[in-house]
Write a protein that binds this ligand. Structure first.
Ligand code: FES
Length: 146
């Protein structure tokens, strides 16, 4: 059976699923090629007094947790965004100090404002907004949630 015939027999929906298994909701790990889901239902905390929280001591610092980039921006506020880039779903979004503090993916250079707005067009597939999460500080407990 030829490929075309096989796909026709399979039906359009199944063929689409086989050919484009990850249009939305997946990410590529640049090093391992592992597929990871876009963060959803996010709700976790970081104790700022813990070793993990100590990595957020200075403005401009960030940590990666649960596919979320949690950053202390240049004004000292906590911001959080998806580690999964909205351009081609690589998990390479980080916080950088350029332009007053932005999120950036180094795979193709997408840049995002702290509210997730794309700041550049890296190719004809303009990046969609980056998923942003809420943060709430209670004592030393930083909550990151949707
Ligand atoms: S995947 Fe992030 S810029 Fe392309």
């Amino acid at each position: 059976m030829e490929r075309k015939e096989f796909l026709r027999n399979l039906g359009a929906g199944a063929a689409f699923a086989l050919i484009f298994p990850c249009v939305h909701g997946c990410s590529k790990d640049e090093e391992s090629g592992e597929i990871k889901p876009v963060p959803d239902g996010v709700d976790f905390t970081i104790d700022l007094n813990s070793a993990e929280g100590a990595k957020l001591a200075n403005n401009g610092d960030f940590v990666l947790k649960n596919l979320v980039v949690v950053a202390k921006n240049l004004e000292g506020a906590y911001v959080a965004a998806s580690q999964i880039c909205s351009h081609e779903s690589y998990d390479q979004v980080r916080f950088i100090e350029d332009d007053g503090g932005i999120f950036r993916c180094n795979v193709h250079g997408s840049r995002f404002a702290q509210n997730g707005t794309p700041l550049n067009q890296v190719d004809s597939k303009t990046a969609k907004p980056l998923k942003i999460f809420k943060t709430e500080l209670t004592g030393t407990m930083l909550r990151i949630f949707e």
